[in-house]
Write a protein that binds this ligand. Sequence first.
Ligand SMILES: [Ca+2]
Ligand SMILES: [Ca+2]
Ligand SMILES: [Ca+2]
Length: 334
Amino acid sequence: MRRLLATALLVTSLVACGARTGPRQSDEAGTNPPPPPPPPGDFGPTPVPDMRPTPPPDSTPPSSGRDYVIDDLQLPRDQNQAAMLGFDYDGDGLPDNAFGGILAGLSGVLQGVDVYESTRLSVAAGDNILLVRVAANNFVNDSNVALTLWQGAPFPCCGDRTSYAACRSQGKSTCFSGNFPFKIASGGSLLRGAIASSSLAVSGSSLLMQMSLGGSAMQIRLRRPRVTARVGNLELTNGRITGGIPQSEISNSVIPAIAVLVDRLVNDPNTPQATRDQVLNLFDRNKDQRITAAEVRDNALIKTFLSGDVDVDGDGQLELTLGVGFNAIRAVIP
Ligand SMILES: [Ca+2]
Ligand SMILES: [Ca+2]
Ligand SMILES: [Ca+2]
């Protein structure tokens, strides 16, 4: 059983787009000159790397802003989607989304865990409110655009949480009606860039965002974040958020969230016995039928998979790359 799960996890990791399990050479040292940045709004299949520092703000600030709330946050469901949602941070021609690839494989390995659906439900239900303001002088073509992302205060957007579909249809008349007034709870990450032919592309040095991992909230600060989306009058569509999760965040946020997820799984009476045995064999070192963050952190497989794949910010430490999809609808932010 242990070998089965280990193999499945290994396969998951190895096919994860751009995922690497060991340290990289040469280009990680930051000795090579940085490659040129991608054109704004580049949605092409072979994105080019963006290792440049964030450009300084333009002297004339954008005059008007549009406020949005993310109404759908999508983890990759398979390795193809992980590749589509990733960004090629190291310029090797492969999109980097190692953590997205691992999450995509999780549901197949751990029966009863659907991180894709539970992530969408946490957004639709109002547990995870992500507020976005796009400031620009022109929302079709503008070389000086600012995007700010805040964590909003949770709000009960739907009464029926039995499924994402049911919750989402209720949420359309509450939080996601297009003019719902939200409250800011925290955050305020600023990214800068441009809109070209209605394609937004902004980047920055750091972006704080919350995600739900199987119902377990996880705050992560992405390094070298990039956000791209199509800008419409009422919505942002085909959105993509990418970045690298540093080691400290993996240890302090990602691993505890995984531990909560796995512990809940092994203590859920609906979990098949075979799955429970697999997970306990893999993680439960002291055989108390509970999985702690320390047990997850000390696990050799976890250490290998979550050790990071790309040094996105050139500081000599590997980050774990992540790319997720989103849509956003107009809202009111104070
Ligand atoms: Ca790459
Ligand atoms: Ca234990
Ligand atoms: Ca780094």
